[in-house]
Write a protein that binds this ligand. Structure first.
Ligand SMILES: [Zn+2]
Length: 275
């Protein structure tokens, strides 16, 4: 670590649980943030400021005037710019010491699977159910820890699926795909601005703990927030031994990436779901 890094990260290094070793592990981590919107903004800002060494930021969208109410990576002069480029500028301004890889595309199928294979931690900051499932399948396939957040109206939720652990549930264990789920159209739904900040910041906290190898992450626990009352609930859940994604196959082997064309359907981007 250089003298400048020792100074920049000194308030982390002073933490007994984290220290210089934990910060070194954070610097050596490659995080994938999918979605540079309400959740991805605070998550990316904290991961960059805290020194995650390499951040791949994925989003196919451009900055819209209506995003500015909550998507704090972006600014009014960058309306119309690709969100990942706007994000790259914001993150580099805070910490030019780290590598930012902007990817302006909607990741799905084989491209998503291949990218997940190259990173250490995945943050799902997307707003739709089918993309969440595609990300989960890739993380199960490559045994990558997944930090998943969601926020709509005044309702937020967050959990971690640490798929390096054999007993960890996956996203599909908790939210089975193909059920008769209520899809909520995000585009016409409101969202309370700081709620995305609360959940996205917690995603950053869990990702940094995973990177540093400290504490206890939210594996097997779903936190639910009602921001109108500021009531938090914890739901504990276990791995579903019959899960179609993370359960063993008939041959007793772990399944590979289950490609589902339906997950790549373009209309998927217009809907989101919160339990
Ligand atoms: Zn599962």
């Amino acid at each position: 670590m250089t003298d400048e890094q020792l100074l920049r990260y000194s308030r982390h290094i002073l933490l007994d649980a984290l220290g210089i070793e934990g910060q070194a592990r954070i610097l050596a981590t490659h995080a994938l943030i999918i979605g540079a919107g309400g959740l991805g903004s605070p998550a990316a800002l904290y991961l960059a400021s805290a020194g995650i060494g390499r951040i791949t930021l994925v989003d196919d969208d451009t900055v819209d005037f209506t995003n500015l109410q909550r998507q704090i990576l972006h600014t009014q002069v960058r309306v119309g710019m690709a969100k990942v480029e706007s994000g790259r500028q914001a993150l580099s301004a805070i910490n030019p010491d780290i590598e930012i890889i902007p990817l302006q595309q909607r990741l799905s199928g084989a491209a998503l699977d291949a990218l997940v294979a190259t990173v250490d931690i995945v943050l799902d900051c997307t707003d739709n159910f089918s993309t969440r499932h595609a990300i989960n399948r890739a993380c199960v396939h490559h045994r990558k820890p997944l930090v998943s957040g969601a926020a709509i109206r005044f309702d937020g939720q967050i959990s971690v699926y640490d798929l390096r652990r054999n007993d960890s549930p996956c996203y599909h264990c908790l939210f089975p795909e193909g059920d008769d789920v209520e899809e909520v159209r995000c585009a016409v739904m409101g969202v309370f601005a700081p709620l995305t900040g609360i959940i996205g910041t917690m995603q950053a906290a869990e990702a940094l703990k995973l990177a540093a190898g400290i504490g206890e992450v939210l594996t097997g626990r779903l936190l639910l927030l009602d921001a109108l009352t500021m009531d938090w609930r914890t739901v504990r859940f276990k791995r579903d031994s019959d899960c179609a994604v993370c359960g063993p196959t008939a041959a007793g082997q772990l399944p590979g990436y289950l490609f589902r064309p339906a997950a790549d359907h373009e209309s998927a981007g217009t809907a989101c779901r919160l339990a």
